[in-house]
Design a binder for this molecule. Structure first.
Ligand SMILES: NC(=O)c1ccc[n+]([C@@H]2O[C@H](COP(=O)([O-])OP(=O)(O)OC[C@H]3O[C@@H](n4cnc5c(N)ncnc54)[C@H](O)[C@@H]3O)[C@@H](O)[C@H]2O)c1
Length: 324
C-alpha cells in the first residue's frame, strides 16, 4: 500500500483525495493545507495526519509518494524539495510558472533520480485517449484539420484569488489552454509555425498551428460568466472520417452516416466528489491509477512526464509572447 502525502487541499486536492479513495494500492496518509478546515475535510476521508504547510509535510511525514496540488507559483519549489524526499512525485499542471522553473525541475529530477508525473490529465481522458489511438493507428487516415476548445466560467474559487492573479497562475493561457496544447503536441508534435492572438490579461488565447499537411486551431478562455457551463470540445477532420466530442456526445461522421462512439466507463467504488468546473473523476482517476501503478512497481513514468509538461509550458509561454 503506497502512502501518499497530499499537499494542497483545495479544489484539485479534493479531487485527488477522492480518486485515491478509489485506488486499491494507495492511501492518503498525510495532508497539508494552510487552511485547517480544508485539510481536516480531506484528512477525514482516509484518516490522514495533518500538516499546515507543504514544506512541513515534506520534511516530517512518512510517505512513499508526494502529490502537489498547490497554486502554480508554488509548484517548482515544493516539487524540488519533494524530489529529495521520495522517488515518485506528482505535480499538478501547469508544471510551473516560468521556463527557468521548468528547467530547474528537470535538473533536480535528474540529480535526485526522481520520477515525476504532471497532471496533464487530458492525456488520460477517455475520449482524448480514443482519439490518440485513432491518430496512431491511422484507421481514418491522416488529420487534415482540427479544432480544440476549452471554455470556462471565471475561476473565482482559488485560495487568495491566486488563479486570477496573472503573476501566480499565468492566466487562462497557462492554466487552461495548456491542456489542449499539451494534448495536440502529444499527438501531432510541434507545428512548423503558429500564430497566436490573446487578451492582455491572458483570459482568452487562440492559436493557429500550421503542420506540413494539417491545420489545427486551439482556443481557450475563462472570461465567461459563472452561469456558462464548462466546455471542453474537439472536432478532428481525418481523411476518412470526422471525430467530434461536443455537447456530451462522442461522434463519428462519414458520408455513410453518423454514429456515437461508446466508451466503457469505470464504476468507482468510493464517493466521487462533484464540484468546481468538472463533474467526473474520469481522467483524474486514470492518471493517478497510472502514477500509483508505476510507483508501486518502481517503474519509469512514461506518460505525462516532466519533460512533456515542460515542453508544453514552454510552447504556451512562446504563444503568450507571440509578436505577430
Ligand atoms: N488538471 C486539472 O484539470 C486542474 C483543474 C484545476 C486546477 N488544477 C491545478 O491544480 C493546482 C491547484 O489548483 P486548485 O484549483 O486546487 O487551487 P485552490 O486554490 O482550490 O487550492 C490550493 C490550496 O493550496 C493551499 N496552500 C497554499 N499554499 C500552501 C502551502 N504553502 N502549504 C500548504 N497548502 C497551501 C491553499 O490553502 C488551497 O487550499 C493548480 O496548479 C491548478 O492549475 C488542475
Amino acid at each position: 500500500m503506497l502512502k501518499v502525502g497530499l499537499i494542497g487541499c483545495g479544489f484539485m486536492g479534493s479531487m485527488h483525495a477522492n480518486c485515491y479513495n478509489n485506488i486499491a494500492n494507495a492511501k492518503v496518509t498525510a495532508v497539508a493545507d494552510l487552511r485547517p478546515e480544508k485539510a481536516k475535510e480531506l484528512a477525514a476521508i482516509s484518516g490522514a495526519e495533518i500538516y499546515t504547510t507543504g514544506k512541513e509535510l515534506i520534511e516530517k511525514a512518512d510517505v512513499d509518494v508526494i502529490d502537489i496540488c498547490l497554486p502554480t507559483y508554488l509548484h517548482a519549489e515544493h516539487a524540488i524539495l519533494a524530489m529529495q524526499k521520495v522517488k515518485y512525485v506528482f505535480v499538478e499542471k501547469p508544471v510551473a510558472l516560468t521556463k527557468e522553473e521548468g528547467k530547474e525541475m528537470m535538473e533536480a529530477a535528474a540529480k535526485y533520480g526522481a520520477n515525476v508525473q504532471v497532471g496533464q490529465v487530458i492525456r488520460f481522458w477517455d475520449e482524448y485517449v480514443e482519439l490518440a489511438k485513432m491518430v496512431e493507428s491511422g484507421v481514418y487516415g491522416k488529420i487534415v484539420n482540427a479544432n480544440f476548445r476549452r471554455l470556462s466560467p471565471v475561476p473565482t474559487w482559488g485560495w487568495d484569488n491566486w488563479l486570477l492573479t496573472i503573476a501566480k497562475s499565468g492566466g487562462a493561457g497557462q492554466d487552461l489552454h495548456v491542456h489542449d496544447i499539451d494534448y495536440v503536441l502529444s499527438i501531432m508534435g510541434k507545428p512548423c509555425k503558429f500564430y497566436t492572438v490573446k487578451n492582455d490579461d491572458n483570459s482568452y488565447v487562440s492559436t493557429l498551428m500550421q503542420y506540413k499537411d494539417a491545420v489545427v486551431s486551439v482556443e481557450g478562455t475563462w472570461n465567461l460568466p459563472t452561469t456558462h457551463p464548462f466546455q471542453a470540445t474537439f472536432r478532428v477532420v481525418f481523411e476518412k472520417a470526422v471525430i467530434e466530442n461536443a455537447d456530451g456526445k462522442f461522434m463519428k461522421y462519414t458520408e455513410a452516416g453518423a454514429e456515437e462512439i461508446k466508451i466503457e466507463k469505470i464504476e468507482l467504488a468510493g464517493d466521487a466528489y462533484k464540484g468546481g468546473n468538472v463533474s467526473d473523476l474520469g481522467g483524474y482517476y486514470n492518471e493517478l491509477v497510472y502514477f500509483c501503478d508505476k510507483a508501486e512497481k518502481g517503474e519509469k513514468i512514461e506518460r505525462a512526464t516532466l519533460t512533456d509538461a515542460v515542453e508544453s509550458l514552454n510552447f504556451v509561454l512562446d504563444e503568450l509572447n507571440f509578436q505577430g
